[in-house]
Design a protein. Structure first.
Length: 168
């Protein structure tokens, strides 16, 4: 991104904040889309010494607060990555706040129940394997302890057509 520094925002009062500049875009095409100025905040992580650069249009908050907000946003991204990987939510069924929260709530309850079953029964395989086991026998009448004693390969050979549940 091409920009020009038009001024400094405030005196820097935080040791990890190395820059707090006010910038404007210099490419004419992008400047027409957003003619206002931005704020460029550079933050150095105290442990890793890695420099992070944040661009925002918030001119009121201190630079350290802006860096903390972006750090929190990364935690939110990690949370959604965890949801996709562990709760198997690929997309949300609804768009309202209630629909999204309900779907996350149900998926988390399912995940916690599986974790509890795995812990209590000392199931030696992964939660993903346990999920596959339960999904493959969901329409059969079986005891949970019998399902947990099987492995995935033997599950395919011991299917009982009489144990199959009927939907009507």
């Amino acid at each position: 991104m091409q920009y020009r520094i038009v001024g400094q925002h405030q005196p820097i009062d935080h040791p990890q904040v190395t820059r707090d500049d006010e910038i404007e875009l210099i490419v004419e095409k992008t400047r027409k889309k957003y003619p206002k100025t931005f704020r460029l905040v550079c933050y150095t992580h105290p442990e890793t010494k890695k420099v992070y650069t944040f661009i925002t249009n918030n001119m009121k908050l201190p630079a350290a607060t802006i860096a903390e907000i972006y750090k929190s946003r990364w935690q939110i991204e990690l949370f959604f990555k965890w949801i996709k990987q562990n709760l198997k939510i690929k997309s949300f069924l609804g768009t309202s706040q209630n629909a999204v929260l309900s779907q996350i709530w149900v998926a988390m309850c399912y995940y916690l129940l599986l974790s509890y079953i795995k812990f209590q029964t000392k199931y030696s395989y992964s939660l993903q394997a346990l999920t596959r086991m339960i999904a493959s026998v969901i329409m059969e009448q079986r005891l949970l302890i019998d399902i947990l004693s099987l492995d995935e390969r033997s599950l395919q050979t011991v299917r009982d057509p009489v144990a199959q549940l009927s939907l009507f």
